[in-house]
Design a protein around this ligand. Structure first.
Ligand code: PAF
Length: 278
């Protein structure tokens, strides 16, 4: 496994091969959710490249950039065990050299849901992903369905900028009690960790209600809110039932929809989602 830190060495690596490349962009502190992306990339491409970069541009001024968990040695050991071919670990200066001033803005898609609570987040994501795609020129790039809005935003950007990469969304990996794997779960105390399982339980309960025929989006949102409200350690940020492509909030669920939520569990903000499809 080759580990490179500069744009020049990444470009050099890419220039030496005509084989297919699968890219898995990450912010490190890898868990089974990331490894599911890596394994899919391994199965579908000749070569697998993984980037590890905690992207400052997707964190707001009051967010957890400084304390975002990092463990590069452990990450590299995990990636080696998955037979990854290349790991790209740039510094912030390497990714954003002095004078860097371009950003990729996907418009209103990036301003709702997570974008409302985290202004500028998706501009940061789209900018770094565009840069990583340009540098690596992969045939396919892999993202977790847990960050459903990110997948929608990246797909929009790829379409709008006529990039020739296929974006693959990989199902969310969950703990046995349903909690979606996230690097931020490490911040939860034992009590918060227990309380956090209500997020997925609420989503699954609402999804079940949809499967039994409920099509009123407000009632579905209310099922989730009511369950979250029962947990004292959980504070709801938003619960959304939106069109799965445009992210427009729905009144009636008459097309493929995304049920998503964000909630604070103690000081940790977590997100999760499930599809609502007849
Ligand atoms: O999902 C993430 O870890 C990040 O948002 C990504 C896609 C690596 C961009 O920084």
């Amino acid at each position: 496994m080759e580990v490179v830190k500069t744009l020049v060495s990444l470009r050099r690596w890419r220039a030496t091969t005509h084989r297919s490349v699968g890219l898995v962009p990450t912010m490190g502190f890898l868990h089974e959710g990331h490894l599911a992306l890596v394994r899919k990339a391994r199965a579908e491409n000749d070569l697998v490249a993984v980037s590890i970069f905690v992207n400052p541009r997707q964190f707001g001024p009051d967010e957890d950039l400084a304390r975002y968990p990092r463990d590069t040695e452990h990450d590299l050991a995990l990636l080696r065990a998955e037979s990854v071919d290349l790991v790209f670990i740039p510094t912030v200066d390497e990714m954003y050299p002095p004078g860097f001033s371009t950003s990729v803005d996907v418009g209103s898609l990036g301003e709702r849901l997570e974008g409302l609570s985290r202004p500028g987040h998706f501009k940061g994501v789209a900018t770094v992903v565009a840069r990583l795609l340009n540098l690596t020129r992969p045939q396919r790039a892999y993202f977790g369905q847990k960050d459903a809005q990110q997948v929608i935003v990246v797909r929009r950007m790829v379409k709008d900028l006529a990039l020739t990469v296929q974006i693959d969304a990989v199902p969310t990996v969950r703990e046995p009690d349903g909690l979606a794997l996230s690097s931020r779960n490490i911040f939860l105390s034992i009590e918060e960790r227990q309380a956090a399982s209500v997020l997925s339980r609420a989503l699954f309960r609402a999804q079940e209600s949809f499967e039994w025929g409920e099509r009123d989006a407000q009632r579905i949102r209310q099922i989730v809110r009511d369950m979250l409200d029962l947990e004292l350690l959980v504070r709801t940020d938003y619960v959304s039932v939106a069109d799965a492509v445009t992210l427009d909030e729905l009144e009636q669920i008459d097309r493929p929809a995304l049920l998503s939520l964000a909630a604070w569990v103690g000081q940790t903000r977590l997100i999760d989602n499930l599809p609502l499809e007849a």
